[in-house]
Design a binder for this molecule. Structure first.
Ligand SMILES: [Zn+2]
Length: 297
């Protein structure tokens, strides 16, 4: 099942308690219907839970009974009876004779509870959201620029900041940031889906941090090995020309230990002295050896 379907199933489980919200949710869905005119209303969806929810919304909000019809992969609710369409138009405060009903009637969505319900209805019909394994993306598609604009304003008033775009003949409002997607889902009544996205993001960040640490440690090991290799090469050059005696007495133990333990880090090598010496002390001696070797060669 796609993540969008998962989210829609969660939204369809919300109980329809307040009549103001039931009407607002139906309104959000109707504005994104395939057809919404004074002659015909046609709502179509693939998700069975969504179709059932739309059916229930129409019945509760407008006393319109409607059976879904199969149309390819989708199911449709089609209303053509003028009395029923009239009840819906009346209920939404539209003029029965008006041909176009794409402007937002703010009287229907005055309360916060109704705004959330309205957006839920719109998302059920026209929304998609990318799953936790993908890049953050949630969009709401509309065939009208004016509707997309009005819904954008509505979201801005809620403190959300959607972006707008055009794709072919469709108008989109969308979120690409994690916080925007999560806030929108929480707002319309899908907190579990929002949490799932949030957890996936936290997990991903944690994985990245661990990878960075591992890379960093590897880089340090390489650095240590490089330094040791340079020191050993310098020592070998001196040994070849003059033997161990070529080194000053004070440096001979360091020469011997460096050659014996070529892969030791500074700290490990310092511990092999008897008695052990400090890391800066060893570093100083190794520097002296390299300088000495350069002078000798
Ligand atoms: Zn309400």
């Amino acid at each position: 099942m796609s993540f969008s379907s998962e989210v829609k199933n969660e939204l369809c489980r919300i109980s329809m308690q307040r009549s103001c919200c039931t009407r607002a949710e139906a309104y959000g869905a109707l504005l994104h219907a395939s057809v919404f005119s004074h002659k015909e209303i046609r709502l179509s969806a693939e998700n069975t839970a969504v179709v059932r929810r739309l059916q229930a919304l129409l019945q509760r909000a407008f006393f319109v009974l409607c059976e879904p019809q199969q149309a390819g992969r989708k199911q449709q609710l089609v209303i053509t009876q003028s009395g029923e369409i009239g009840r819906i138009f009346d209920g939404l405060g539209y003029d029965r004779k008006s041909h176009i009903a794409y402007h937002l009637n703010r009287n229907i969505i005055e309360e916060d509870c109704c705004i959330a319900a309205f957006l839920r209805g719109a998302f059920l019909m026209a929304g998609t959201v990318a799953g936790p394994d993908k890049k953050s993306h949630l969009e709401l598609k509309s065939t009208r620029q004016s509707l997309s604009g009005e819904e954008t304003s509505l979201l801005l008033e809620l403190g959300l900041s959607p972006k707008q775009a055009r794709r072919g003949s469709a108008w989109l409002l969308y979120f690409k940031d994690n916080a925007g997607v999560e806030d929108f889902l929480t707002h319309i009544g899908a907190p579990h889906a929002a949490m799932e996205l949030m957890e996936a993001k936290v997990e991903k960040n944690l994985r990245n941090t661990i990878n960075r640490q591992v890379n960093c440690e590897t880089a340090n090991l390489v650095k240590t090995a490089d330094a040791a290799a340079r020191q050993i090469a310098a020592i070998r050059a001196v040994l070849e020309s003059g033997g161990e005696e070529a080194f000053p007495e004070a440096l001979r133990e360091t020469v011997r230990l460096r050659l014996a333990y070529p892969t030791d880090s500074l700290a490990e090598l310092a511990q092999r002295f008897d008695p052990p010496i400090s890391k800066p002390g060893l570093s100083h001696r190794l520097k002296k050896i390299t300088e000495f070797a350069i002078k000798e060669s």
